[in-house]
Write a protein that binds this ligand. Structure first.
Ligand SMILES: [Zn+2]
Length: 447
């Protein structure tokens, strides 16, 4: 097959030009922008629209079904990504406008969604389009699903909840699911493939204190907001306990050889070295999040005016739950450590989804293809700190084979997800397309 980077860059550029921005308020989803994206996909991928069944589910989710020959005994393969992007942030800080799709003289494509994750949608669609151009039919059914509100953690009206409810009604299950994630990067000259096998859970809580209020010129010793501030300090001083879960143990062991100094030594056997390791983890935010359920206050509200004492003060916290810790565990922890004048309620949240396995047909296939494309590659299974839409599909995947793996070659010249100046090195686009081509070709026969 001939992989045409220029064409892939044009396709990604076309998608980036359409501002499919998520809105925290589901009522404000700009459905017309998503429709414009759908219309663009029709022109960019005519064969997909000719040969696959397409459905629009919910407000703007896309579900494509590619019927296989039925020769394979494997459950269907699902390729995922999300159509939505985060807002552009500070417009004046962008080198090139975020929705212009500018490609500079070095082949860097600038814009919102270039790495998170219209690039994944583009790679999956180009792979299928190329296979169709060759007259290829897979031996196994293949689905493509693209949600539209991943960036607001789904929330009420989560696109993927609507899609998975529908698929469940139809009795459809998957043998493997691939969603956005990391790819293959270089560490000390060795290619390293990072495959995310699990993700943390998520929770927003509201903490509140009710008080008499009154004139700010005659305050009590501690008012509602002051008490709440103290409660947050207590919460920070008393986090959930540190613990090791299996995916993190696997990750540390795999990373030991790329990790310098004492930490590299400790990673070789995290369980045996836990006493020393946990001291280091607790002091390092990037390690701390791997070994405990975190909670941090992010939003606060007092009275509406500077000279009025708050009658009701509230603070929103954001928590990320380790696999194994539940929302109930977290609530019990809050109640145990907080002063009793503080109220707390769950705003929204979910437990961490099922941990995927590394001894499955699907995982072996990911490794085989990656190895062929990057000889000598090392594999690091890991955990996503944030969340992805793939969690919704875990219940539909009895093989426990939901992987967050974008598969393309990661370039040091790409970056900026969720920041200003998001950009991608277009030289890397072909590697992701090639990966998905091979995945579609080989999945049916994998065992
Ligand atoms: Zn994303």
């Amino acid at each position: 097959m001939k992989y045409d980077n220029k064409l892939f860059a044009e396709h990604l550029q076309g998608m980036v030009k359409i501002p499919t921005v998520s809105s925290a308020d589901p009522e404000k989803t700009r459905v017309d922008d998503f429709k414009a994206l759908h219309a663009y996909l029709e022109t960019a991928y005519p064969l997909i629209h000719k040969h696959l069944t397409k459905e629009v589910i919910g407000k703007a989710a896309l579900l494509f079904h590619w019927k296989g020959t039925g020769k394979s005994k494997n459950l269907p393969l699902l390729l995922m990504a999300h159509q939505d992007v985060v807002p552009e942030g500070d417009l004046s800080a962008w080198k090139y406008p975020p929705f212009e799709g500018h490609i500079d003289e070095e082949g860097i494509l600038w814009g919102r969604g270039t790495t998170d994750c219209k690039n994944v949608m583009q790679a999956e669609l180009d792979a299928v389009e190329m296979l169709l151009a060759e007259g290829y039919t897979p031996d196994c059914d293949i689905y493509l699903a693209f949600g539209y509100n991943e960036e607001i953690m789904g929330g009420p009206g989560a696109a993927c909840q609507i899609i998975t409810d529908e698929l469940k009604n139809r009795g459809i299950q998957f043998g493997m699911v691939i969603d956005e994630g990391a790819g293959v990067s270089e560490k000390n000259g060795v290619p390293v493939a990072t495959i995310c096998t699990c993700e943390k859970g998520y929770a927003d809580h509201e903490f509140y204190v009710d008080d008499k209020g009154g004139h700010a010129a005659m305050p009590p010793e501690h008012n509602a907001l002051g008490k709440l501030g103290h409660a947050m300090w207590v919460l920070e001083e008393n986090p959930m306990p540190l613990k090791l879960c299996q995916p993190v143990i696997d990750m540390m062991k795999a990373q030991a050889e790329f990790t310098e100094g004492r930490l590299g030594e400790l990673f070789k056997d995290p369980e045996a070295n836990w006493d020393e390791l946990k001291e280091i983890c607790a002091k390092t935010p990037s390690l701390n999040t791997l070994v405990r359920t975190t909670t941090t206050p992010t939003m606060a509200k007092g009275s509406d005016q500077a000279n009025i004492l708050p009658e009701h003060a509230s603070i929103i916290t954001n928590s990320r739950l380790l696999p194994g810790d539940t929302l109930e565990d977290l609530m019990a922890h809050f109640k145990a450590v907080l002063p009793d004048y503080v109220g707390v309620r769950l705003v929204k949240g979910h437990n961490a989804p099922t941990i995927s396995v590394t001894d499955s047909v699907g995982y072996r296939l990911l490794c085989k293809i990656t190895e062929d494309m990057h000889p000598g590659v090392k594999f690091v299974p890991t955990m996503v700190f944030g969340g992805t839409d793939s969690r919704y599909y875990c219940d539909l995947t009895p093989t426990k084979s939901v992987y967050r793996y974008s598969a393309g070659t990661a370039s040091p010249r790409s970056g900026g997800a969720h920041q200003v100046n998001e950009h991608i090195d277009t030289a890397t686009l072909a590697s992701a397309v090639e990966f998905f081509v091979r995945l579609c070709q080989e999945y049916g026969a994998a065992e």
